[in-house]
Ligand binder design. Sequence first.
Ligand code: PMP
Length: 980
Amino acid sequence: MALENPFAGHELLSPTLSGETAAQLLHDRYARSGPMKPLGSHQDQNFLVDAPDGRFVLKISNPGFTRVGLEAQNAAMLHLASNSIDFRAPIPVPDVDGQLIGQTDDQGRTFDVRLVTFIDGNPLSDFDYLAPVVLQAHGSLAARAARALTDFNHPGLDRVLQWDCRHASDVVAALVGHVQDVALRDEVVRLTGQAQSELDKLSGELRMGVIHADVTDVNVVATVDSSGRPIPDGLIDFGDMLRTWIVSDVAVAAVSLTAHDFDRPLEITAEIVRGFHREYPLTDPEIDALWPLVVARAAACCVSSEQQAMLEPDNYYAEESRDSDWHIWASLRSISWKAATAALHEATAAQPSVGATTASASSQPSRQSFIDQTVSADPPVLDLSVQSDSLTPGSWQTAGELRRAIAGLLDSGHGFGRFNEGRLNPAGVSAVTTGAEIFAPAGTTINAPVDVHVVSVDADDDAMVLGAFDQWLRVSGLRATAAAGTQVQAGQPLGALMSSPSSSSLPDHLLVQVVSDPDECPPRVCDRASGWLPVVRDPSSFIGFQVAAPSPDAARLLDRRDSVLATTQEHYYVQPPRIERGWRHHLFDTDGRRYVDMVNNVAILGHSHPAVEQAVGRQLRLLNTNSRFHYEAMVAFSERLVDLLPESLDTVFLVSTGSEANEVALRLVRAATGAKDLVAVRSAYHGWTTATDEVSTSIADNPGAAADRPEWIHTVESPHTYRGRFRGADAGDRYADEAKQQLKDLQAKGRAIAGFIAEPVYGNAGGVLLPHGYLQQVYQAVRDVGGLCIADEVQVGYGRLGEYFWGFEQQGVIPDVVTMAKCTGNGVPVGAVVTTSAIAAAMEEQGSFFSSMGGSPVGAVAALAVLDTLETEQLQANARDVGSHLKKRLLELTDKHPLVGTVHGMGLYLGVELVRDRETLEPAADEALAICERLLDLGIIVQPTSDHMNVLKVKPPLCLDLASADQFVDALDRVLTAGW
Ligand code: PMP
């Protein structure tokens, strides 16, 4: 048997050539010289060589490896080079004698030596966080390598190698003695044995092939894409290549990449499987074998690195990899194999198979019920989902509140909780139920619903497992009276319901789960990625009626959306979560996951604010007409608005949206001046309607604006103090001077200016404050040529700036027309235009003004509720305080992360500008988008804006608290540190 066989007790000591010896070797054998740097290796010794004709790796092989094995590696690399592979791999370089393998002696030992070309880029091990696309690309690369090697053959491939997953349990048996911790050692032996027996069952069906067999993060080289993500596209170190089970490489990759996020081994494996499967479809037995292979591989890595660390106590690399291997082990060992396997099958399936009902269960309805039907004839099936209307906002913030709220929904203490339901929960985590709950008072007798066999009773967990038909029912929350091994007939008692612990978010209940294996012990609620949902079954038939919740399939809904909505009606995120609930500055997806909403400025008070909900609900019950009728709310709201504005602005038009408000404003200034020409700030956005679109030249919203702008629209330069031409203290004057000159030129050309429209804070650029004195000077210049000034307060007004209620106050100006919408109704469409009575009167010549929804009773009461709540909850002050804290913390990121160029804005209207270069200010747009995707993963909703789409727009509901502000900054810091 070859020396590579570890079971013979050989200990693989790495070669330890000195730098000088290696340089001499390079000179003598390969006629090259240049700077050399040692590269880490588990068992070989490698040097990176910077030679005049390129970069190479000098590889001094461990004497434990056979010559034929090295020949096989070389042949494989040449095979790949001669096949048109779409990834990069090294090529062996002949020595001065034309040989691909040479020899050298060092300290009395002889080593085989090779030189191969160096693959530029960074190994994936250099990157901390690996995004799903990266993991998939890794899987795909492994698959493409396996595919490219299918027609490769060499006598050195059939060998016994320590790293062959087929031999993992033998490796463990041989080396586990190095593990000092007895309990850990026993666990490794036990789980490896379990893996081996699973693999023995499947081995006949696992396809054999030549694979790289070491597709770890150190051997996969990546090229960083435009978003800053490392995309694996190079494969190095063919030292472990051999013929074995093809699927092994997925396990090798999975174990290695788990070190990048110890909390998510299964999700990582699933992504790798997705990538592999797309290129090289895996068979069902291969997927069945995968998790046992992952466990076996992880065990083999642990015992091997224990051995290596013992052999080389001074080898830092060996010690580090040992620690990492045990960390990987710890992250894998408690995952249910059944669930893991189900999750991996899901990763390759077109559709999720959640909540299946088995034929036998559905065809054998229960004859009795778990609880005595006479207690309550028709106990309610509760909706405790994210979309539950019974759980009022705020009633689920703590476990105690939720428990009381659910108890309040019960009918004489009885009711049912649904299976496969994403639950609102105080922790804000994905919480999909794996069974159904039967709520009943503690002490209630629990009966067998059908004839059952008591398989086991677990007193610690207050649970029992019952066999019925070909299923197993796991019932928890009872003190069992029936003993294990007994038969209990339908209707006969199993035990008595216990009270749920005081920390529980549920009132007393029996949990009923249907599992396909008596040893399975699914958690009550799970994350979809855990794989539990395909494992458990719908318990409806045992309960006696439908207790499965409708499935909220976000992906299917997206398909429906795509097929019915215009593509330009775009959505956030590549795979958007299905968001169906909001509360304050939080949003919830249908699985119960909570996100901090940093982007929704419309919900200025926070989502689902009870003041708005109650005002609107009441008004809808009473009346909803339109402004042609006579009712109070419209008047009261208009009076309130006028009171909030400078005295001259005393006349109100009510509309529904921002575009509509600006449309009215543009008509007003034209009507009042009799002129047609309009002036706007370049790259701004004012709406989508025809006239507002004409004055909007932001690229994302109106890409053709610069080219097809009508002759009566003129734009002045964006007064951008970060990217614009003028950035110093005098920027306001200089931009204003230019604008003044432009206005004069227009006048000289005989163009009559009706008005000028601008946001008082430059919104589309990402909340950039206008330079000092800018609007004062431009307003004056506009008025000098006979025009009127419109302040678009659609985004910035209403207290968002903290220091100021209106944006124009920050610039010290009084506009002639002010427009507002979006937040005005906290989501109920209502907007307004406020102007002077003289300007308003000019519209009279154009007939009457009527907007069907504008100022409707419902809109008006919502708008009043918003103004009231802004006051009672002191949200402007909160915007000031939390906003200044947030800006300070975000600015600190500029010291730490070169990508963060600056932070714009004030109050809760901020923009985090991401740049690739602080000098050139090259926008980091792709990075911004990718960072937003990663932040979603971390529970933060934020999106890019600006013409370059490189500014994270921060404009949350004004109720944002310090904790959530910190959560956002911490998450952003983490992403910028660990990658995205
Ligand atoms: N003006 C500004 C400054 C805006 O940001 C927007 C919307 N993004 C609008 C006007 C248009 O508002 P709406 O979408 O309500 O028509």
